[in-house]
Design a protein around this ligand. Structure first.
Ligand code: HEM
Length: 503
């Protein structure tokens, strides 16, 4: 009998101790909604976390705690809270929680996007920056990117004025612009059937990495892979791994033969690997190639698709942008990448698209690498940190008429996306900030300028019926694809005035 009492009182004491510990921890953490046992706040968050978290923040404040299964997260929902994390405490808030879907090949252990910002991460970033942050290096490959865009224009001119899925096309174009910058070659075509497989592999990985995975919040389920996310992700990764290995082998042979160099990003990375053999190896180069395709393609094409959506809904803005682009078009109808960088209205249109349709709404979640004090709260090591950049960019406290697409708000304004203005963080801020900004801007602006200059567009329905809803994933995609028929401007009938236009 005494033993039973002893066991029972030990259990009660243990539960009491856990409860006290929990209360103590909660007192020091930012406030948040009380969750259900085991699943925590899963039902509060739902399928559109950027929206539900924004609503919850109205009640719980700029820094809020939520719990999903075994993962505790702190969410920042104001510019000040974002600054507290990404600027004042960047050093301790720059780790990553690694989703199960990205671990299929083990390459995540040397992947820039997933390792903690340690010495190895700094080396990888340095190797990449040698190419990416030097405008003149990016300039050397601009003819190749322009050729990609000319290919897109030809494809659209031959599409017989039928409806085109602009997002799908932009994805293929962005992929080829990335591949030309990285390897000086195209990797896909613009036909809807993807014979090359590259598009399918990148799409599969992006889709599986963006899906909610129950195994990420209940790690005990990882070996079971209950939603087959790991399985699908592996198909994509295996394919991409084999292809990038092939690219590197071919290039190494080419370099051995002492033929002329390509001067592209792959050459730059291999040069760096030769000079820093001990800490930057071929595995780093290959993993980085895979990451660049993944990080740069969907984000750029998605931004282009949203920009075109807004431009087709706002004909005055479309016309004003076309007038601006017209001023820099060559006699032979080519839009030079170099000249595009000088167009303020185009820049404003792209910034406004990035504000209203943030491609990566919660950034890539960060993680604390040590216990950290955020405002007056104590946040333990290994807490996930999310910045609701989507909510901040639409908050009427910081933006006039935030839901209106109004590029004018950026004209003559110093507000930029380079991580210093915490009300506008499409690329993040601090040490984890996107390293691809200069390339992303070139890719998106060249695509948008060409689509606007070379074509009039006809929607298959009245513009009032445009579906503006989005689907949450790794990037915030349009829920329904944007379809429109391209009418090349040099043969377009100008319906309103009855005139023929010849541009
Ligand atoms: C419109 C296009 C793009 C957008 C909106 C975008 C946005 C972002 C965001 C929000 C992050 C996460 C920042 C954080 O964790 O705080 C990120 C990370 C990253 N981006 Fe981009 N990006 C774009 C294009 C590109 C391009 C073209 C490249 C490659 C050349 C690229 C490479 C990367 C990489 C490698 C990371 C991970 C960095 C790290 O964790 O250290 N991105 N990007």
């Amino acid at each position: 009998m005494e033993l039973v009492y002893l066991v029972l009182s030990s259990i009660i004491f243990f539960l009491f101790f856990i409860r006290i510990l929990d209360l103590y921890r909660k007192r020091r953490m930012p406030p948040g909604p009380t969750g259900l046992p085991i699943i925590g706040n899963l039902l509060d968050v739902g399928p559109k976390p950027h929206e539900s978290l924004a609503k919850l923040a109205e009640k719980y404040g700029p820094l809020m705690t939520i719990r999903l299964g075994s993962v505790t997260s702190v969410i920042a929902s104001t510019p000040d809270a974002a600054r507290e994390i990404l600027q004042r405490n960047d050093e301790f808030c720059s780790g990553r929680n690694i989703p199960d879907a990205v671990t299929v090949l083990e390459t995540h252990k040397v992947a820039m996007a997933w390792i903690s910002p340690n010495e190895e991460w700094r080396t990888i970033r340095k190797a990449l920056n040698i190419f990416l942050t030097h405008q003149h290096k990016l300039d050397t490959l601009r003819d190749l990117r322009q050729n990609v865009v000319s290919g897109m224009v030809d494809f659209l001119c031959n599409s017989g004025k039928t409806n085109v899925d602009i997002g799908k096309l932009a994805f293929a174009v962005a992929l080829n612009m990335m591949s030309n910058t990285i390897l000086s070659q195209n990797v896909t075509t613009y036909e809807s059937e993807d014979i090359g497989g590259f598009k399918t592999a990148v799409k599969t990985i992006m889709l599986t990495n963006g899906k909610f995975n129950i195994a990420d919040i209940f790690p005990i389920l990882k070996p079971l892979d209950p939603q087959n996310i790991r399985g699908q992700s592996k198909t994509g990764y295996d394919w991409l791994h084999k292809m990038t290995r092939g690219f590197i082998d071919d290039r190494l042979k080419h370099r051995e033969s002492k033929l002329s160099r390509f001067g592209d990003m792959l050459d730059s990375l291999l040069d760096y690997a030769e000079d820093h053999e001990s800490d930057f190896k071929l595995l780093h180069v290959q993993t980085l190639l895979m990451e660049l395709f993944l990080a740069g393609t969907e984000t750029s094409s998605n931004t282009t698709e949203w920009a075109m959506t807004e431009l087709l809904l706002n004909p005055d803005i479309f016309s004003k942008l076309r007038d601006e682009v017209t001023t820099i078009v060559d006699k032979d109808g080519i839009i030079q990448e170099a000249k595009i960088l000088e167009l303020p209205y185009l820049h404003a249109v792209i910034k406004e698209t990035m504000r209203l349709h943030l491609s990566v709404p919660l950034l890539i979640p960060h993680k604390t690498d040590a216990q950290v004090k955020l405002n007056n709260y104590i946040v333990p090591k290994d807490t996930q940190i999310m910045i609701n950049a989507w909510a901040i960019a639409r908050d009427p406290k910081y933006w006039d008429n935030p839901l209106m697409f109004n590029p004018e708000r950026f004209m003559g304004s110093e507000l930029d996306y380079k991580g210093q203005n915490f009300e506008f963080l499409p690329f993040g801020s601090g040490r984890r900030m996107c390293p691809g900004i200069p390339l992303a801007y070139r890719v998106v602006s060249l695509m948008v300028a060409s689509l606007v200059y070379h074509f009039d567009w006809k929607l298959p329905y009245p513009k009032e019926e445009m579906d503006m809803s989005d689907i949450f994933g790794l990037t915030l995609l349009r829920a329904t694809p944007l379809l429109a028929a391209p009418i090349p401007t040099h043969i377009a009938e100008w319906v309103d005035s009855g005139e023929k236009r010849n541009i």
